[in-house]
Write a protein that binds this ligand. Sequence first.
Ligand SMILES: [Zn+2]
Length: 313
Amino acid sequence: METCIGMDLGGTKLLLGEVDENGKILREMTVPSGALSQQEALVLMRESLAAFLAQPVGSPAAVGIGLVGRVDSRSGTWFEIDRERTEPTPLCRLITEGSALPCFADNDVRSAARAELCFGEGQRSRDFVYLNVGTGIAAGIVIGGRLLRGAHCNAGELGHSSSGLSPGLPCVCGRTDCVEAIASGLGLDRCARRLLPEYPESALSLPVEGRVSAGEIFRLSGEDPLCARLTEQAATALANLIMNVVRFCDPDCVVLGGGVVADGFLLRRVKEKLGKHTMRFVSGGVRLTELDGRRIGLLGAACNAMEGMRGSL
Ligand SMILES: [Zn+2]
């Protein structure tokens, strides 16, 4: 049985999986990663892949990778993990040298969108948006069955759209008032820290290290005015973003993934804010992914390999 290997490099771990043509993950392996440079990440991926390939279930035909940063899926070049430091790395060539398997790579969110295209919403529609709301906010935009890539492999960075809610709120991208700075996991944490002095009675406790969980903010939003404000502005920012992208590309459906929306709480609040007229053609609505949210990146990485072997990446 022919299979593909997927490698999904996230902020804290590298997930490897062997996936069959139906999208079934036959076996998987998790390797802790932590914050890495591109070179360190490359070493980790090569070593982990060699260990993983020692015991295949089927016959792996190719390796697919999904990772943070800008990736040229045509040349297999990984440009950066840190937006401040571009270090073009011939990722796929180096993985092929180490494994003797063809290798195909793409950005993590576009990879998850490709999983949705191959095994999720793509079964029903050729025009949809996969919107990831996690540490950051970005999207894979599928138009006519093709994922939008852009001239510089940077299409879909929708988190850096103006929300209209917080003029002057700085964002890591250099603009102000970005949706990502309000509604992403990182944005919620930063907004909570910025607004906490205005709410000395707040029950929200902010960790000294790491981030406050979005789920904790949502859980307290019924009684705690700070959490109510954070939740309200995140829902409004996301609803505005979704309506903007609907106007831009006329999708059948907007599929949400990522840790911030995984429990469904924020989606319920977002739906209350969507305008009927704007959303009237979005027959599939706005919904959570039906794929396993913790493995959609891994599945997407394997889909990069499958599509790459078909010549359609
Ligand atoms: Zn921004």
